[in-house]
Design a protein around this ligand. Structure first.
Ligand code: GTP
Ligand code: MG
Length: 220
């Protein structure tokens, strides 16, 4: 909940449609200030270049982790049609009306990553285990890394910067995943104009997600 999943999509779309949008950040999200439950209620996708679909999900609560793994498995297997309410996924009969998912991105804010609840780590392990079993690649996107982009001059080597590397290593170690599967971004949240540093990180993360999904595209 509120880790920046929808904002990431919105931010990447703004970057990709930069010319069309005249360097403005678009706003797809209906924001409910102070929302206690997930703002994203239904499974929705956005299509890039007519063939790549990115799906946005709700944030899931830690107390309902058993259900979450089941819900995610159904989505990944293509058993959930677009527009379905997340709350209804386990109530309705599965159909094969959805799209099979080729890469899953788990999204966590740097604030939660710096202060990880052991129950959350256990949940992530279970989730990553499920994805490994069904051979679906998984990436971890760390959001709210706003401070890292504040004083950046060298855009080319962001991922080699010591502070960024350290954040990634810390999170990877805690979550027991490879550092090469961890990405960091600062989403657009207040600004209306796109920004080169944020944009570089956003597109780098998006590019890596596409690379992770590539073996599947090649098998198609
Ligand atoms: N500072 C900062 N704020 C962010 C960032 N990403 C998202 N936000 C803000 O965090 C709030 C929640 O972002 P959302 O994108 O709605 O989060 P979500 O993960 O889609 O949330 P749910 O759909 O409710 O699960 C919004 O007010 C965003 O503007 C970020 O990288 N940095
Ligand atoms: Mg959302």
């Amino acid at each position: 909940m509120g880790s920046g999943k929808s904002s990431f999509l919105n931010s990447v779309l703004s970057e990709l449609k930069r010319e069309e949008l005249n360097d403005r950040v678009q706003n797809l999200q209906v924001v409910r200030p102070g929302a206690q439950t997930s703002v994203t209620q239904r499974l929705r996708s956005h299509t890039f270049k007519d063939k790549i679909k990115i799906f946005d999900t709700a944030g899931f609560e830690l107390e309902k982790t058993v259900n979450t793994t089941l819900i995610l498995k159904k989505i990944v297997d293509g058993e959930v049609a677009e527009g379905t309410k997340f709350d209804d996924i386990l109530k309705t009969k599965s159909s094969m009306e959805g799209d099979k998912i080729h890469c899953v991105v788990l999204v966590i804010s740097i604030h939660s990553a710096d202060n990880l609840d052991p129950a959350l780590i256990q949940f992530y392990e279970q989730l990553i285990g499920m994805l490994t079993d069904i051979e679906v690649p998984c990436q971890l996107l760390v959001t709210f890394v706003d401070k890292l982009v504040e004083k950046t001059e060298d855009l080319k080597n962001l991922y080699r910067r010591r502070d960024i590397k350290q954040k990634i290593e810390n999170v990877a170690k805690k979550m027991r995943i490879s550092t090469s599967n961890v990405l960091v971004v600062s989403n657009y949240f207040q600004e209306t104009k796109i920004n080169q540093i944020k944009g570089t990180l956003l597109l780098e993360a998006f590019g890596q997600m596409l690379m992770a999904a590539k073996p599947f595209q090649e098998r198609m």
